[in-house]
Design a protein around this ligand. Structure first.
Ligand code: ZN
Length: 297
């Protein structure tokens, strides 16, 4: 969340609803609509996030309001992933915050409708989740391509908007990806630490990939412990089934979403802001995907 009025709204949510709701909120249509649409104007932005995001005066440039487009990156090497197609979805986007009316528009989520996208969370000192997810995705893409994979990104930069959550699934489907991974950071109460892998629950679309996605989740949990401890507040043994996420409801290829850590926890946040740690996280994810696809990582 990025603005004072949003923060006030969130406090109300926290008071009224158990703390565990936080993780749900980050990907929740209903709450996102309520909070983002309550913003009277972006010029009210006052908190620390503005230190790492462009000021409102720059958002009139066409680029900042451009909807993201997918990008296909060809292999740069030959190895365990040769011939594989891997869809990587960096959560949110760097300019989602600038167009609440766009990202709050309802899209199909596989069970009903939810908001096109959300702003995502940030560390307490303003490092946005969108920047984090994109940084890890770039590092991961480099590793996968070097091992022979074709990488399909759901967004090609961190300076645009979206894509909407339904498209994030469809892009992987249309690419006939062998596997897909969404990269996020959580915004939970500060006491919570660690990573969680969110897995699909059977919908009218994803039935064929629920079981293989659980296998993928196991591989991610095994590998990612080299970078971050398993969550002490969310899921069970690092895995949490989620029926409310369009990206998991609408996928027809094996897919999980990883909350790489809690950006509101000071220990996790310090790691997640570190380029060295981002390299380690990307390597862990590359190892997991390689294991899942049958190669040696
Ligand atoms: Zn997120």
């Amino acid at each position: 969340m990025s603005r004072s009025k949003t923060s006030i709204a969130l406090i109300v949510v926290f008071v009224g609803i158990k703390l565990g709701y936080t993780a749900y909120r980050n990907h929740s249509a209903t709450t996102t609509i309520a909070t983002t649409s309550s913003l009277p104007a972006l010029t009210t932005t006052t908190d620390v996030v503005t230190t790492t995001q462009p000021s409102i005066s720059t958002t009139s440039t066409p680029m900042s309001r451009t909807m993201a487009t997918p990008e296909t990156l060809t292999p740069t090497g030959d190895g365990a992933l040769t011939g594989r197609i891997i869809a990587i979805d960096p959560g949110h986007n760097g300019n989602n915050w600038s167009v609440p009316s766009v990202i709050s528009q309802l899209v199909p989520d596989g069970r009903g409708e939810k908001a096109c996208d959300t702003t995502g969370t940030s560390t307490n000192d303003g490092y946005p989740e969108a920047s984090f997810s994109y940084a890890v995705a770039m590092r991961l893409s480099t590793l996968l391509r070097a091992a022979g994979a074709t990488v399909v990104l759901t967004r090609s930069n961190n300076a645009s908007v979206g894509p909407c959550v339904n498209r994030r699934a469809e892009i992987g489907n249309e690419a006939h990806a062998d596997v897909a991974l969404s990269i996020h950071g959580d915004g939970a109460p500060a006491s919570g630490r660690g990573f969680t892998v969110l897995v699909p629950v059977r919908s009218s679309v994803n039935g064929a990939i629920v079981t293989p996605s659980s296998v993928l989740a196991r591989d991610v949990v095994t590998a990612f412990q080299s970078a971050m401890p398993i969550s002490n507040y969310l899921g069970s043994n690092g895995v949490a089934p989620r029926s409310d996420l369009a990206g998991l409801n609408l996928t027809t290829v094996p897919k999980v979403l990883i909350e790489c850590g809690n950006m509101r926890n000071s220990t996790d946040a310090a790691l997640m802001k570190s380029a060295t740690w981002q390299d380690r996280a990307a390597q862990a994810l590359a190892n997991a995907l390689t294991t899942y696809l049958g190669g040696n990582s």
